[in-house]
Design a protein around this ligand. Structure first.
Ligand SMILES: [Ca+2]
Ligand SMILES: [Ca+2]
Length: 145
């Protein structure tokens, strides 16, 4: 079995859809191998933030917080509505492994509250955001969404 095929098989599974749509017809065996390697590394270096749970909202009164997430100052997701204690919302955003994700609560007219930040690891797990009397967590898995 060629190295390219071994890489392909290693990258299969959750990356299958990415491979099927993203790998163009290669002109040579070397290009084919490079494509397979590149897409495998891209898949490996990504993570999918699946959901956000508000364990304790920052805003005391109903209907709770209006959470959003940022990476490097860019807003990558915002909740579809207010979330009170115990609420979970789908996120489904692909981020790079190593990203520092920050969680905020939208407020008006006073400034938004910074809840906390956590770093995305390479194996999947939970991001914890705790601060300002609030506690959120986000589940993430290895590979792009
Ligand atoms: Ca608040
Ligand atoms: Ca709020």
């Amino acid at each position: 079995m060629s190295r390219a095929n071994r890489i392909r098989i290693a990258a299969a599974g959750a990356a299958a859809a990415v491979m099927a749509t993203a790998v163009p017809a290669a002109a040579s065996a070397a290009e084919e191998e490079w494509d397979a390697t590149r897409y495998y590394l891209m898949y490996r270096s990504s993570a999918c933030i699946e959901s956000l749970t508000v364990h304790e909202a920052e805003d005391w009164s109903a209907p709770g917080d209006e959470p959003y997430l940022t990476v490097d100052g860019w807003r990558i997701w915002e909740s579809p509505g207010s979330m009170d204690d115990g609420a979970t919302a789908a996120v489904n955003r692909t981020v790079a492994v190593g990203s520092v994700v920050a969680a905020w609560d939208y407020d008006w007219p006073d400034p938004d509250d910074f809840i906390g930040s956590d770093t995305v690891g390479s194996r999947g797990g939970t991001l914890t955001f705790q601060g300002d009397g609030a506690h959120y967590s986000a589940r993430y898995s290895r590979g792009a969404c």
